[in-house]
Design a binder for this molecule. Structure first.
Ligand code: ASP
Length: 437
């Protein structure tokens, strides 16, 4: 018998009706043995996520402002879930404790983690699975880094002792026992870690869409769904801006070669997107998807014969390093080089940066251009097809989009173009039309 790990996101567990759907999904396949639950998300567009309400309660309590009304909203959510899922469960003891924890100044991560803790507890009761706290399975070292060895040992033991379990997502514990959360959306990462730990055959990630789209539906009308995508392609697309899974979530499963399937709780019968290590299908389209982000700057540096100075790049990098700036890309020509960085790292630092670059590498010219959008076109099919770039640039030219810079990764998996922010949507649509329609 195989093992499936199923992670249910916030919208999948936002109210009692959703809980009943999730119950049906889980119990319809007895391989679904380990379940990871998020905190209740939004039931509708007016609603607020429980995690946000908990952060707000924490902030209010910290500033000695009454948090009771906000916390009551959290309690009401859970009471509503329990009632509408027809459960006989009394959580008043947990609610009282949470109130005391807030009054006594318990830390922020602990307070936020209660969202998933309570939701997983309710779900375990509803489906008759064991409840296993993530604090006993996911560990961080004293620097706050994920402690692989300790965590995977604990998860293996959990598998021996529990034939099935519901585990809260999003958090784990520090060496001294206090709770630490991952970054927002981190339940995906918990699912991935549990998947690797129990050596699952499949990691299902249940959300509110039927998979990963080949372009952002807010920009392209009715984009195609991607049926199969490789880990590497997904990393590129997610990093470039497409968000379905937490950016780091595929790392643990990639190491173990476990496939992930993105599924829709609202339409469980629909095929989702399968994320795999490699595929060998024939007749692949050149591109799998396109995504992008705004708010980048290009720092352009010109110096004749810069390649004759062995320390040129190192000095330049040291300026970025001491100013805490992460480099995205560095396209270059013989006598010029561009540093592409996110705008957020430059705020308040442009003058210092210019001065330091001038002092260290003495360029002939330096200029900074902001409001750049980076668009990444990703496709494992590019490797074997001639003319992908030509098609891409023709499409952009036909749409009247000026390209500021081009980067192609050596793996031939992606091409990145920089365009002005005002052309961003137009560029994405023209690329999509040219490759996908
Ligand atoms: N509840 C957390 C958040 O809202 C984590 C998650 O949903 O995965 O970010």
């Amino acid at each position: 018998m195989s093992i499936i790990v199923s992670k249910f996101g916030g919208t999948s567990l936002a109210n009692g009706r959703q809980f009943l759907r999730v119950k049906d999904i889980i119990l319809s396949n007895e391989d679904r043995k380990y379940i990871v639950a998020s905190a209740p998300g939004k039931s509708n567009s007016e609603d607020t996520k429980v995690t946000d309400l908990l952060y707000l309660s924490y902030d209010l309590a910290k500033h000695k402002i009454t948090f009771i009304d906000t916390l009551e909203k959290v309690f009401d959510k859970y009471k509503d879930i329990i009632k509408n899922a027809n459960l006989d469960l009394d959580l008043s003891e947990y609610f009282n404790q949470l109130k005391i924890d807030l009054e006594s100044g318990k830390d922020r991560d602990f307070i936020a983690s209660r969202g998933e803790y309570l939701n997983a507890y309710i779900l375990a009761n509803l489906i008759g699975y064991d409840f296993v706290d993530a604090k006993d399975l996911i560990f961080f070292d004293e620097n706050g880094n994920f402690d692989e060895k300790k965590s995977y040992n604990a998860i293996e033991n959990m598998k021996k002792n529990h034939k099935n379990a519901v585990i809260p997502g999003f958090y784990g514990s520090m060496p001294k026992g206090n709770i630490k959360t991952f970054s927002r959306g981190g339940g995906d990462l918990t699912g991935s870690i549990i998947s690797r730990g129990v050596k699952t055959d499949l990691y299902e990630n249940w959300t509110d869409i039927s998979g990963f789209m080949s372009a952002d539906p807010r920009i392209v009308k009715n984009p195609n769904k991607i049926e199969v995508i490789t880990y590497k392609e997904l990393r590129e697309l997610s990093y470039a801006g497409a968000s379905v899974l937490h950016e780091e979530a595929i790392i643990p499963v990639t190491v173990a070669g476990i496939p992930i399937e993105i599924k829709n709780t609202f339409k469980p019968e629909e095929k989702g997107t399968l994320i795999v290590e490699d595929t060998f299908e024939k007749g692949l389209s050149e591109i799998t998807g396109v995504s992008g982000k705004k708010h980048f700057s290009v720092i352009n540096i010109e110096k004749v014969q810069m390649n004759k100075d062995k320390s040129f790049h190192r000095k330049l990098m040291s300026v970025l390093e001491v100013n805490g700036i992460y480099l995205e890309h560095m396209p270059s020509s013989i006598d010029s080089l561009s540093l592409i960085v996110a705008d957020k790292y430059l705020t308040g630092k442009i003058d210092t940066l210019e001065t330091e670059i001038k002092t260290l590498v003495n360029p002939d010219k330096i200029s900074i251009k902001s409001n750049i959008a980076l668009i990444t076109v990703v496709g494992r099919g590019m490797i074997n097809s001639v003319g992908t770039s030509a098609k891409l640039f023709t499409a952009l030219a036909a749409a009247g989009v000026n390209i500021n810079m081009i980067v192609q990764g050596a793996s031939e998996l992606n091409i990145i173009v920089g365009v002005e922010e005002k052309d961003y949507e137009k560029a994405i649509n023209s690329i999509y039309d040219s490759f996908m329609n």
